[in-house]
Design a protein around this ligand. Structure first.
Ligand SMILES: [Zn+2]
Length: 140
């Protein structure tokens, strides 16, 4: 299967091998009506092995989630069989309602209407912390 097999949709490429399922979960792709293909351990000249996710519909995807799970991933947007956009994502500065703070004393645990916001605290170690209580995000 290659990009040509999708007429209109989104291909998330260059995912580090083994991370596609995590991305699938965090993006909520299981609840979509359209077909979603996950290719694991595809051979890549650049990366050795990589994962690919193909979504057979032009849905809004949360780029922050993709950048968080895998800053090296690229997103290809395909319309009518043509590649119209190719994006390198990178690490987002902020994640809103993607990760949930597990600290029982955090304000987000008692006030349900408060957004769960994590900020990038350390780019080198890819560490995210809750903006309310500074708790670290659980590892991937
Ligand atoms: Zn917190």
């Amino acid at each position: 299967m290659n990009i040509d097999s999708i007429q209109t949709g989104i291909v998330i490429d260059h995912i580090t091998a083994g991370r596609a399922m995590r991305l699938y979960e965090l993006l909520g792709l299981g609840s979509l009506d359209c077909s979603v293909a996950i290719i694991q351990n595809a051979v890549s000249k650049k990366m050795g092995r990589k994962d690919i996710i193909k979504i057979d519909a032009d849905i809004p995807v949360n780029f922050d989630v993709i950048g968080y799970v895998d800053p090296g991933a690229t997103v290809n947007v395909i319309r009518e069989g043509r590649l119209v956009e190719k994006k390198q994502i990178g690490m987002p500065e902020k994640l809103v309602n993607v990760l949930f703070c597990k600290n029982p004393r955090c304000i987000t645990s008692c006030e349900q209407e408060i957004e769960h916001v994590f900020r990038l605290a350390d780019r080198a170690t890819k560490e995210y912390r809750c903006i309310w209580c500074e708790a670290r995000a659980a590892d991937l």
